[in-house]
Write a protein that binds this ligand. Sequence first.
Ligand code: NAG
Ligand code: NAG
Ligand code: NAG
Length: 303
Amino acid sequence: MAAALLCFLLAGPVLLAAAGPLDYSNNGTLPLVIWHGMGDSCCNPLSMGVIKKMVEKEIPGIYVISLMIGKSIVEDTENGFFMDVNKQVSMVCSQLAQDPKLKGGYNAMGFSQGAQFLRAVAQRCPSPTMKTLISVGGQHQGVYGLPRCPGESSHICDIIRKALNDGAYTDIVQKHLVQAQYWHDPLNDDLYKKHSLFLADINQERAVNETYKKNLQLLDKFVLVKFLNDTVVDPVDSEWFGFLKTGQAKETETLQESVLYKEDRLGLAAMDKAGKLVFLATEGDHLQFTQEWFKKNLLPFLH
Ligand SMILES: *[C@@H]1O[C@H](CO)[C@@H](O)[C@H](O)[C@H]1NC(C)=O
Ligand SMILES: *[C@@H]1O[C@H](CO)[C@@H](O)[C@H](O)[C@H]1NC(C)=O
Ligand SMILES: *[C@@H]1O[C@H](CO)[C@@H](O)[C@H](O)[C@H]1NC(C)=O
C-alpha cells in the first residue's frame, strides 16, 4: 500500500541526469524486477523512476524492469487499488517467464504492497527463479487499518475504508478491492482465514501448500525493511512478518512468536536458520529513506 513519496531521494541532483544507453549484456549482474506500491505506478518520475535510474547508475549494465500492471500508467495506478491481486500476480508471472533476459534468474524489490505481491510471485512461479527478494515496507501479515493514504489518493482511500468497514471479506469486496485482499482482521480470524482471497492463501492459513514452501526456499535472501516511524502501515510489525495476536487488536507478536513460524508452515523458520532472512530497520515514515541509506543497505544485495 501507499505511494512511494521518496522526496529525500530527489536531494541529489545527480539522479536527474539522464541514464546512459543501457547495456543489456547482463555481465554477471542479475536483472532486477521492481513492483511499486499503492497509489504509485511503474514510471512515476518522483518514485520508481528515481529508483530505477539510481540502480542503473550504480550497477552499470544491470537490466531493470519496473512492472506496469496494465497498458498505461493510469491503468497501472488504478489496478493498484482495484484489480484482483491473484490476477495481477499471474500476469506478472507470465511477463517474467516470457522475458529471455531473466532466464538466468533475477532479484526483486517490492515497495509496500508490491512486496507481498512479489512474494506471491516467488511462491507461485519458480521459473525464472527469484534469487533475492527485498521487501521495502511490505505488509506480509496484511493490515488492520488504513490510517493514512498518499496525498492525491485520499478520496479513493475514503471509499476503500468504507468498503473495508462494510465487509472486507464479502466476495464482491475481495474480488475488486486490492487492500481487502490483504486485510487481516484479528477479531474475525475465521472470516479472514476462510475468505481472504490473497493473503490467507499465500500465508498458508487454510492449508499448507508444500509447493509454496519449496518455492520460497529457492530464495538466497529475503530482506525485510521496516520503517520505524511508519504512519501508513498498521500495524507496522507486519513489515517484519509480525502481527496482532488473534482475538484482540492491541498486542502484537513477532514472526518468531507466530504459529506460521513455530509450525513452519511457509518455511520461514528454516530460512531463518539458514541465515536467509535479513531484518532491516530504519528511522522514518513509510518509504522515506535517503539515497545514501539505499546505497549502503540495499544495493549490496543486488551485486
Ligand atoms: C558490466 O558491464 C559494464 C559495461 O558494459 C561495466 O561498466 C560494469 O562494470 C560491468 N559490471 C560488472 C559487475 O562486471
Ligand atoms: C499450490 O500452489 C501451486 C502453485 O501456485 C498451485 O499450482 C497448486 O494448485 C496449489 N495447490 C493447492 C492444493 O492449492
Ligand atoms: C522513530 O521511531 C524510533 C523507534 O520507535 C524512535 O526511537 C525514534 O525516536 C523515532 N524517530 C522519530 C523522528 O520520530
